[in-house]
Design a protein around this ligand. Structure first.
Ligand code: NAD
Ligand SMILES: O=C(O)C(=O)C[C@@H](O)[C@H](O)[C@H](O)COP(=O)(O)O
Ligand code: ZN
Length: 364
C-alpha cells in the first residue's frame, strides 16, 4: 500500500493506492459515515465496481444509496448538476457527510462541484475508476461542469477528504480510455521530469496493456507529482499549478470544437495539445526540434493524436483561437501559454500573440 499525503493545511488529505483496495474501502469509509447512509454517485459503466463497494460497506454495517448517472462528458452539465443536487438533498445529505464519487473524471468533477455548493459545502471522497482520474482528476480539488462558452467554465476549488485508488478496477476500462488517461501520465514527464518521460517511453506499452507493476508505478509517480504541485499552488495563483495545464489550451479548444462529446476524449485532446505546444515551441526556436519530434513520435507510438488533424478535428486557426478566448488563464486580453524549452522544461509564456498561434495552426 502506498499513501501519498496532499499537504494543504486544514484541507490536507491522503491518497491511498493499493490493488484490491475497493473491497476493503469500508476500512476508510466507515469512520467517515458517522453511522449514516452514504451516497455513492457513479455512472452506468461502473456498476460492477459499485457492487464491490456496496458489498464492502454492507459487510461493515454502513448503509449506502447509489445514484447512477449517464456516462460521458455531456454529464458535466447544468442539467445533471441540478438533478444530482436535488437527489442529494432528497437523501438528506448534511454538511458533515461525505458523498462518494465512484467513477472517472466526469463523475469526480461533477460530484466535487455539487458538494462544493450543497448546503454551501459538504464533504466528498474520490474513488477514481479510470486511469485519467487515478493519475490526475481525483487529486487537487479542481471541480467543474462545462458551459456553452467552453470547458470547465463553471466550477470551484473543493478538496476531497480522501482519495482511494484501486488500480485493479482498470481491468474493465476500454483500451481507448486507458490510452486517453495515459496522456495525463506522460504530461508529468513533459512538465519537469525528463527521467520519467524516458520511463514512459520504455514502459508505455506495458502500462497500457495493464501490467500491474507498470500501472502502479505510473499512478504513484503521477499522484506524487500532482500532490507536490497542488501543495505549492492550490488555487493556481503563482504559476506553479498552471504547468498542469500543459496542452490544455489547445486541447480544450479541440474538445469545444468536438462539442464536448466522446468523439474526442479529454486525454486525446490533451495529447494533441501537448504535441502542438512542443511544435509551437520548436517553431519559435524555444525548444529543440528533435524534442518536439520525440514527443510527437511517442504519442503516435501509443496510439494518441499528435495534432489537430490526427485528433479528427477539421477547424482553422481562427476557429480554434476563438475557443481559446474563453480559457480561464485569460488575463486582461493576454492568454498565457504553456510552452517548453525541451522535454521536462515546460514554462508559462505570457508574451504569446494569439495571431501568431492562429498562423501556426493554419500552417498545419
Ligand atoms: N479536476 C481535474 O483536475 C481534472 C483533471 C483531468 C481531467 N479532468 C476531467 O476529467 C474528465 C475526463 O475523465 P475520464 O477520462 O475519466 O472520463 P470519464 O469519466 O468520462 O470516464 C471515461 C469512460 O470510462 C467509463 N468508466 C469509468 N470507469 C470505468 C471502469 N473501471 N471500467 C469500465 N468503464 C469505466 C465511464 O463510464 C466513461 O464512459 C474530463 O471532463 C476532464 O475535463 C479533470
Ligand atoms: O489540476 C490541474 O490544475 C490541471 O490543470 C489538471 C488538468 O489535467 C485538468 O484537465 C484540469 O481540469 C484543467 O483545468 P482548467 O483549469 O484548465 O479547467
Ligand atoms: Zn487534463
Amino acid at each position: 500500500m502506498t499513501t501519498i499525503p496532499v499537504s494543504l493545511g486544514a484541507r490536507s488529505y491522503d491518497v491511498v493506492i493499493e490493488a484490491g483496495l475497493l473491497a476493503r474501502a469500508a476500512d476508510w469509509l466507515a469512520p467517515l459515515s458517522r453511522g449514516r447512509t452514504m451516497a455513492i454517485v457513479t455512472d452506468a459503466n461502473v456498476l460492477p465496481h459499485l457492487a464491490t463497494l456496496q458489498a464492502a460497506l454492507t459487510t461493515a454495517g454502513v448503509a449506502s444509496e447509489a445514484i447512477v448517472l449517464p456516462p460521458g462528458e455531456s454529464t458535466k452539465s447544468w442539467a445533471q448538476l441540478e438533478a444530482l443536487t436535488d437527489r442529494l438533498l432528497d437523501l438528506g445529505v448534511e454538511r458533515g457527510d461525505h458523498v462518494i464519487a465512484l467513477g472517472g473524471g466526469v463523475i469526480g468533477d461533477l460530484v466535487g462541484f455539487a458538494c462544493s455548493i450543497l448546503k454551501r459545502g459538504c464533504g466528498f471522497v474520490q474513488i477514481p475508476t479510470t486511469l485519467l482520474a487515478q493519475v490526475d482528476s481525483s487529486v487537487g480539488g479542481k471541480t467543474a461542469i462545462n458551459a456553452r462558452a467552453g470547458k470547465n467554465l463553471i466550477g470551484a476549488f473543493h478538496q476531497p477528504a480522501l482519495v482511494l485508488i484501486d488500480p485493479q478496477v482498470l481491468d474493465t476500462l476500454p483500451l481507448r480510455q486507458v490510452r486517453a488517461g495515459y496522456a495525463e501520465v506522460v504530461k508529468y514527464g513533459l512538465i519537469d521530469d525528463p527521467v520519467f518521460f524516458a520511463w514512459c517511453e520504455a514502459n508505455a506499452a506495458a502500462l497500457i496493456a495493464g501490467d500491474p507493476a507498470a500501472r502502479e508505478h505510473a499512478i504513484a509517480h503521477s499522484v506524487a507529482a500532482k500532490a507536490r504541485i497542488v501543495a505549492e499552488d492550490e488555487r493556481e495563483t503563482t504559476g506553479a499549478r498552471a504547468l498542469l495545464n500543459l496542452g490544455h489550451t489547445f486541447g480544450h479548444a479541440l474538445e469545444a470544437e468536438a462539442g464536448f462529446s466522446d468523439r474526442l476524449l479529454h486525454g486525446e485532446a490533451v495529447a494533441a495539445g501537448m504535441a502542438l505546444a512542443f511544435g509551437y515551441s520548436a517553431a519559435h526556436g524555444l525548444a529543440p526540434a528533435a524534442d518536439a519530434e520525440r514527443v510527437a513520435a511517442h504519442l503516435r507510438a501509443v496510439g494518441l493524436p499528435d495534432g489537430v488533424a490526427a485528433a479528427g478535428i477539421d477547424a482553422d486557426g481562427e476557429t480554434l483561437v476563438g475557443h481559446m478566448l474563453h480559457d480561464k488563464k485569460m488575463d486582461a486580453g493576454t492568454l498565457p501559454f504553456l510552452l517548453a524549452r525541451g522535454i521536462g522544461g515546460t514554462f508559462l509564456d505570457k508574451s504569446v500573440e494569439l495571431a501568431d498561434v492562429r498562423t501556426f495552426l493554419d500552417a498545419g
